[in-house]
Design a protein around this ligand. Structure first.
Ligand code: TXA
Ligand code: MG
Length: 330
């Protein structure tokens, strides 16, 4: 079983030497826990896919300690630079061209000539600076399962597959980073996430283009069915049916809420930030291994609601289908 260490100075040093030695370590970031490996070490990166049981070599996000490290590996255009200055460290990943002979192992970007870069907040940044290598890190969970937002959730999922988990308590944001790509004068939203697209628009004074999910070639590996609990999800419910668990939002309940077999409220106050932080943990807690149904109350689409609704739609999608396949059966 994985060693779970509270992320104090000594534990950080242990993590740094494991990572420098080509091992995997689950590390806390402000979005979700990441399963990290030295991005320049192909064997180490391959271990990520193996441990997660990720069936395809989807490109991974590469985590850097600062803009200087980012520019060592990638070409940063002025618009991306503006976003970096505003939002790093934070829940924003930017897809930018890789420099030739960057040294990032091709498995990280799945052979693409671009790379998704992000500078996380908190101790992850210190770990990266100490390793002095970018760290590839997808969410620390078995492929297709809900992203880990606590050391316990990571241990539940990956405890028998990895050696070390650093514990820094529950993730502050609770949703994976927002991924954008600058293309000419356009800013494309490849994945809604922990930074609201509206916040990016406010800073840039320009529209962020939502991708038609069918054109998700730009964000390869964005499977429609993802974040899947064992239970079936029924979204935007107006009532609760006998035996269903209820994932609630806000101060008012839908009808027959008293029928719910269990109920957790993402945010009594109707605060989307609080709801985002609770989302994966509460889905996991309402999940039942034998199936069952989780009824989900409507959640507004503004601010972080866009990413929350995106994750719920993926969790509710039929299992194992790509977005293109989803479109065909609609
Ligand atoms: O918050 C997060 O972003 C978390 C924490 C651990 O930092 N990380 C995370 O990483 O979610 P990951 O590796 O699971 O995200 C991978 C996704 C891919 O599925 C794809 O959508 C996008 O990032 N991506 C990565 N590289 C890309 C590229 N070169 N072009 C387009 N999309 C890319
Ligand atoms: Mg993930």
């Amino acid at each position: 079983m994985a060693l779970v260490l509270a992320a104090d100075e000594e534990a950080i040093l242990t993590a740094v030497s494991a990572l420098a030695g080509g091992e995997l370590v689950a590390i806390p970031t402000e979005t979700v826990y990441g399963l990290a490996a030295d991005a320049t070490n192909g064997d180490a990166v391959a271990k990520i896919f193996e441990a997660k049981g990720r069936p395809h070599f989807n490109p991974l996000i590469c985590h850097v300690s600062d803009i200087v490290m980012a520019e060592r590996y990638a070409v940063i255009d002025p618009l991306s630079r503006e976003l970096i200055d505003m939002f790093w460290p934070g829940p924003l990943s930017l897809v930018v061209p890789l420099k030739p002979d960057s040294g990032i192992h091709p498995l990280v970007a799945a052979g693409l000539d671009t790379i998704a870069l992000r500078m996380p907040r908190g101790i992850a940044g210190r770990i990266i600076a100490a390793v002095d290598k970018p760290l590839a890190a997808p969410s620390a969970n078995i492929s297709g399962k809900i992203s880990g937002t606590s050391a316990e959730a990571v241990a539940d999922d990956l405890g028998d597959r990895i050696a070390l988990i650093l514990d820094a308590g529950p993730s502050e944001v609770g949703l994976e980073s927002t991924i954008v790509k600058v293309q000419g004068d356009d800013v494309l939203l490849l994945r809604p996430g922990g930074l609201a697209a509206e916040d990016i628009e406010a800073v840039l004074g320009r529209k962020v283009h939502r991708l038609d999910q069918r054109a998700a070639i730009l964000a390869p590996g964005m499977m429609a069915s993802h974040y899947a609990p064992s239970a079936h999800l029924r979204l935007n419910v107006q009532d609760v049916r006998q035996g269903e668990a209820l994932l609630a939002f806000g101060p008012r309940r839908v009808s027959r809420a008293e029928h719910a077999a269990a109920c957790l409220n993402l945010s009594e106050a109707g605060n989307l930030r609080e709801a985002a932080a609770n989302l994966f943990d509460f889905m996991k807690r309402l999940d039942s291994p034998g199936g069952g149904v989780i009824a989900v109350e409507p959640i507004p689409f503004d601010g972080l609601g866009e990413a929350i609704n995106d994750r719920l739609a993926r969790a509710a999608a039929p299992r194992g289908l790509s977005i293109n396949e989803m479109e065909q059966i609609k």
